[in-house]
Design a protein around this ligand. Sequence first.
Ligand code: ROI
Length: 171
Amino acid sequence: MLKHSESLITAYIGVGSNLSNPIKQVTLAIKALKTLTDSQVTAVSSIYGSKPMGPQDQPDYVNAVVELQTSLTPLALLDALQTLENKAGRVRKENRWGARILDLDMLLFGEQVINNERLTIPHYGIKSREFVLLPLHEIALNLCLPDGDSIAELANNISQNGLQKFSAEIL
Ligand code: ROI
């Protein structure tokens, strides 16, 4: 539950999986985000299939982006996301660009710019990943990054690299 007196930040979370039935992992993660403390999910993109960025000898990914309003601090939200990743069975020692059961990336936290040991906001890959930009644009048509770049312009100019929106029937 959200209390009215708290000031809410709009945060965007990138959801990704390429192991253990990725569509199911992403669907369950979206459900789990809806139960996050002191937060409310306000938009969910379509679910997309994407080619792996990084090593190609891994399965295709399933990706989505979720918008939430939260009164959590950025680090409290990060803790909550990591708890959900761990609950999904994510093993943290796996290599950085390798396959994963569940990735919950904080993409944006309001208009804040954050650089510390645990968190880089905006997410460092936000401008270069079609599987982030297109779902984000789907749910936030007029959004701009803290540096003023428009998501619409970035999304319209990036190569789609085989990104495909899954139709509701197959989900
Ligand atoms: N590639 C795609 N298509 N989707 C992801 O979510 C994703 N996540 C990653 C890396 C390994 C960079 N590649 C990805 O962490």
